[in-house]
Write a protein that binds this ligand. Structure first.
Ligand SMILES: C[S@@+](CC[C@H](N)C(=O)[O-])C[C@H]1O[C@@H](n2cnc3c(N)ncnc32)[C@H](O)[C@@H]1O
Length: 317
């Protein structure tokens, strides 16, 4: 099973309580969702969203025990409000710390919340994408250059490297990959594709390898890491999606409800940090994490993916 990142910290900041409702905008294989459901029983509901239909199938295998309390939706969190409305999830009644809340009586006579008490965004790809999807997310494997979460998405990584103009490739390497050698790599890609189209991760790795000096990045990260990150962000419009979902998440939360975001690179973290700062200045939210929370050495040892994770959390006022 997928090991969720920062599991203890997610629970600490989301602080799920009995019979509360949560939205996991990136349910993946359900690691965090299960941890939340364990705390929100017996009647708390969870709306689980993932853009990748295969991930929803993977998740179904894991959440069997909770299926009466979970609604799974294949969709993008950019459509959060619409998904909530279509699934009639929660309603705008105050619950936490608002006094006078009158949630529904459930069949066992317990008090259930009607609103959304917490939202989780665990961004990017999952370890399943890297290890088993066969879609070219990992540079250690020879796979077709795809990198889509959504199969219907027209744009693929293959298309970008084989048909975009050199300047446009250079721009995404620089902006989304923060790649210092963006010019060199973009030039090398365009030269290589004149001879033969780049079809696989190995084709691309070979081109990057020739374009960068030996020992590039001094072993801190693989020399292709930034190019792969840039392509994945561009294919899936990850930064635009993040900018779109944050205001929706704040809007749909109950007062007293919490939003937790885990990001994996500085571009995402900056978007989250700036958005939270502005909203807190406006008095809409209170920031719970002055600095981003990162994984302990112990967690990093057992789950390498956690090494770049940064968690930020807020409570709606
Ligand atoms: C890091 S994984 C989540 C792992 C999950 N927290 C767990 O414990 O198993 C991120 C997930 O977000 C999904 N995703 C990426 N972009 C999305 C979007 N715009 N809308 C919904 N899901 C998205 C990916 O398909 C992936 O499954």
């Amino acid at each position: 099973m997928h090991i969720p990142v920062l599991p203890k910290e997610v629970l600490e900041y989301l602080n799920p309580k009995s019979n509360e409702n949560f939205i996991d905008c990136t349910i993946g294989e359900g690691g965090h969702a299960i941890a939340i459901l364990e705390r929100s029983g017996p009647n708390g509901k969870l709306l689980g969203i993932d853009l990748d239909s295969q991930q929803i199938e993977n998740c179904k295998l894991e959440i069997e025990n909770y299926k009466n309390r979970i609604i799974l939706v294949v969709g993008s969190y950019t459509n959060l409000k619409e998904i909530i409305r279509d699934n009639n999830f929660g309603s705008a009644r105050p619950v936490r710390g608002q006094g006078g809340s009158e949630g529904e009586q459930d069949e066992q006579g317990g008090q259930t919340s009607n609103g959304v008490n917490g939202i989780l965004l665990d961004l990017g790809m999952s370890s399943w994408h890297l290890d088993d999807s066969g879609r070219g997310f990992a540079f250690m494997k020879n796979e077709p250059l795809d990198m889509r979460y959504l199969k219907d998405n027209e744009l693929t990584a293959r298309q970008i490297v084989n048909s975009w103009r050199e300047n446009d490739i250079e721009a995404i390497l620089r902006e989304y990959g923060e790649e210092r050698l963006s010019r060199r790599i973009a030039k090398a890609i365009v030269e290589a594709r004149r001879v033969k189209k780049l079809e696989t991760t190995t084709d691309l790795i070979e081109v990057i390898k020739k374009a960068v000096p030996r020992g590039y990045e001094r072993g801190r990260i693989h020399f292709a890491t930034r190019t792969f990150q840039a392509l994945r962000i561009a294919v899936n419009q990850e930064l635009e999606n993040l900018k779109n979902v944050l205001p929706q998440a704040i809007e749909v939360l109950e007062p007293g409800g919490r939003l937790v975001v885990i990001s994996f690179h500085s571009l995402e973290d900056r978007i989250v940090k700036n958005f939270f700062r502005d909203q807190s200045k406006d008095g809409v939210i209170k920031i719970l994490t002055k600095k981003p929370i990162t994984a302990s050495l112990e967690e990093i040892k057992s789950n390498n993916r956690s090494r770049s994770a940064k968690l930020r959390a807020i409570v709606k006022t």
